[in-house]
Write a protein that binds this ligand. Structure first.
Ligand SMILES: C[S@@+](CC[C@H](N)C(=O)[O-])C[C@H]1O[C@@H](n2cnc3c(N)ncnc32)[C@H](O)[C@@H]1O
Length: 246
């Protein structure tokens, strides 16, 4: 019964997190005006910026703290280990929804491409390619493990959890963080770049740069020299930007 409850909890956490990601993509796509981040400003610019800085800091703090080894150890002292990842996923999903829905608009347009032109469609294609890279990369690592479902499903089957192997296939042959690369493509490539959107893209970029530093420290601890060699041979985020070894 307890195992079934944990599995149900992880499905709910997954549903919330996945819906938040879809909501995020649609909000920055400008395809559904009602949920677009580009609304007319509601509060003075200074307050809007302050609000947005607090939101991204909360999101980054939650991710950075809950993804660290010491937090996982602390968590599993009080709660069952199989739901640790789902709890991270649940909190991330809720905070992502808050981040996107409460992101305060600031007036102004940086660029706006004429609709129905070739460039307009090319930018939209790159936008969706970015988000597709994010999704595919999650499967290359292990989508169901990243979202906490594998952990509770193994528990339900009375099987022990086995950690994920180091992956270098497909996109991971070109950059060490394709999932984040796809996310950045989705945030920066858009036919309409408003000031609101630009600040959001900058905030996510800062979050990614800081987040990858923490993540790579953990990856070096986990995979040792294998990961150090990988760091030397592949670029972090942008493909083809690392000089080949002589
Ligand atoms: C949200 S995923 C993002 C993966 C990667 N940073 C990216 O952008 O593609 C984060 C998880 O992936 C794991 N991870 C990152 N790179 C990995 C690799 N090459 N092989 C296996 N696991 C990896 C990390 O340990 C972390 O738990």
């Amino acid at each position: 019964m307890k195992k079934l409850l944990m599995f149900t909890y992880s499905i709910i956490a997954y549903a919330i997190a996945f819906s938040s990601i879809i909501y995020w993509i649609l909000s920055v796509s400008n395809l559904i005006p009602k949920i677009s981040i580009d609304q007319s400003p509601k509060i003075p610019t200074v307050l809007a910026i302050l609000n947005n800085v607090v939101l991204i800091s909360l999101f980054g703090l939650q991710h950075s703290i809950m993804a660290r080894g010491w937090f996982k150890e602390f968590f599993t002292k009080y709660f069952p280990r199989p739901v640790e990842r789902s709890t991270f996923v649940l909190f991330s999903g809720i905070l992502l929804f808050v981040l996107v829905s409460q992101w305060q608009p600031i007036g102004g347009i940086i660029w706006s491409i004429e609709p129905n032109t070739t460039l307009y469609y090319v930018l939209y294609a790159l936008f969706f390619i970015g988000w597709t890279i994010l999704l595919v990369s999650s499967f290359l690592i292990n989508h169901f493990d990243l979202f906490g479902l594998r952990q509770t499903f193994l528990e339900l089957q009375n099987k022990p959890y086995t950690p994920l192997n180091f992956k270098v296939r497909s996109f991971y042959k070109y950059v060490r963080h394709p999932l984040y690369f796809g996310m950045l493509l989705g945030m920066w490539i858009t036919p309409i770049m408003s000031v609101t959107h630009l600040l959001f893209a900058i905030a996510i970029t800062i979050y990614v740069i800081i987040g990858t530093r923490f993540e790579e420290k953990d990856l070096v601890t986990e995979f040792g020299d294998t990961y150090k060699d990988y760091q030397k041979s592949k670029p972090m985020l942008v493909p083809f930007t690392k000089a080949p070894k002589k």
